[in-house]
Design a protein around this ligand. Structure first.
Ligand code: FES
Length: 388
């Protein structure tokens, strides 16, 4: 009779926790209603919901606990049945298992010591964890988990014994107890599953949906988190490594923002040797290093800054033609850098020159002398040339 009672009560109870039960919040109750609707179980009435919110037994649970298998919360099945001949088990009492205990399988050698240790730790494995373990064993050429080991890890009984025949009294009580018509088949299958489970498993009413763990915990429903296995540890390590790398990169970028951006450029003032080092004509030995040509005429020495006055290209010195030729748009300059063909608007600029205390020519390209079109020339200014 106790079994029948559990069958009836736990089946109609749906996924609600067994008594004694903490007060449930509305989200847990709403989830239960949705489950009942999906499963064809009778919906909770307003009185049931009020009792659940208050953490009290529902009316039919109270009636059942008083010794009779009362009708569940469905409006059409509220009448109680006469008290059964056998004493009724109180709600929440673990259903007696008809299966062979796991310990028996361990003793019989069907479960390896390694798995037995996991089972003894009391931790249940999910099916995905077992699949991962099987894959690991396959990779490592280990023997796969057998059915008994899988069953034990899942927390199920190792093997089910034949179900005992129902006593006439129990059968009578079961048949005479009114039940909701739509829920009868569901109650039977759900109750059978509940009876087949151990006491520990009946405390877990499914896995709460994502986002409802807190509400489920408030309602006394245990939340089953990710398994602490090798794969999940690897995943966690990967995620945390990625987060750490992102934070480090972000911090470096943030710190770099406060450092000055230094641009190293060649010196603008430099020495190019003595005046006597240069003969008449154009000397190109400093073209690559300083972008200048040293030009000597019969009466002066000056330095041409090698930049086309059209768009800034560096012209080439053509000794055979005795002229500078810009490769970009064809501007031509004579041997003193004065334009005479192409789009260049004016002669090339000349750099400041002076004689350093040691007698060398000191050039400063930061100070240029130019001859703008239609304006006076700056080529005769002091510093634009060295006499002789
Ligand atoms: S840049 Fe020299 S001709 Fe255009």
């Amino acid at each position: 009779m106790a079994d029948e009672y559990q069958t009836a009560v736990s089946g109609v109870r749906g996924r609600l926790p067994v008594l004694p039960r903490a007060a449930l919040n509305p989200s847990v109750i709403a989830a239960e209603q949705a489950y009942r609707k999906r499963s064809g179980l009778p919906q909770l009435t307003d009185h049931d919901i009020a009792a659940l919110k208050a953490g009290e037994p529902m009316a039919w649970e109270r009636a059942a606990a008083g010794g009779a298998v009362a009708a569940p919360a469905a409006p059409a099945a509220t009448s109680a049945v006469p008290a059964p001949s056998a004493p009724s088990a109180p709600p929440g009492t673990p259903a007696p298992s008809s299966a062979v205990p796991v310990a028996a399988s361990i003793a019989a050698g069907a479960i390896s010591p390694e798995v037995a240790k996991q089972v003894a730790a009391g931790k249940k494995w999910s099916k995905s964890s077992i699949a991962a373990e099987q894959a690991r064993r396959k990779r490592n050429n280990l023997s796969p988990l057998n059915d008994d080991e899988i069953t034990a890890l899942l927390g199920e009984p190792a093997a089910a014994a034949p179900a005992p025949a129902a006593t006439p009294a129990a059968a009578s009580a079961t048949s005479s107890a009114p039940r909701p018509a739509a829920a009868t088949s569901v109650v039977t299958s759900s109750a059978a599953a509940s009876v087949a489970r151990t006491g520990a498993s009946t405390r877990y009413v499914g896995t709460p949906a994502v986002g409802t763990s807190r509400a489920a915990a408030a309602g006394g429903i245990a939340s089953i988190g990710p398994e602490d296995n090798e794969i999940n540890r690897g995943r966690r390590q990967f995620v945390w490594s990625a987060v750490a790398a992102f934070l480090v990169a972000w911090f470096i970028a943030f710190f770099r923002f406060f450092l000055p951006r230094t641009l190293f450029e060649p010196a603008t003032s430099f020495k190019i040797g003595y005046p006597s080092d240069y003969g008449l004509g154009v000397d190109t030995k400093f073209q690559q290093k300083y972008r200048i040509w040293v030009d000597r005429t019969p009466d002066r020495l000056f330095v041409i800054y090698a930049r086309c006055t059209h768009l800034g290209c560096t012209p080439d010195w053509k000794p055979a033609e005795n002229k500078f030729k810009c490769p970009c748009h064809g501007s031509g300059y004579d041997s003193e850098g004065v334009n005479f063909e192409g789009p260049a608007p004016r002669p090339m600029d000349r750099a400041h020159v002076e004689v350093a205390p040691d007698g060398q020519i000191l050039v400063d390209v930061s100070k240029l002398y130019s001859w703008p079109k239609g304006q006076p020339s700056g080529f005769n200014d002091p510093g634009a040339f060295l006499p002789g």
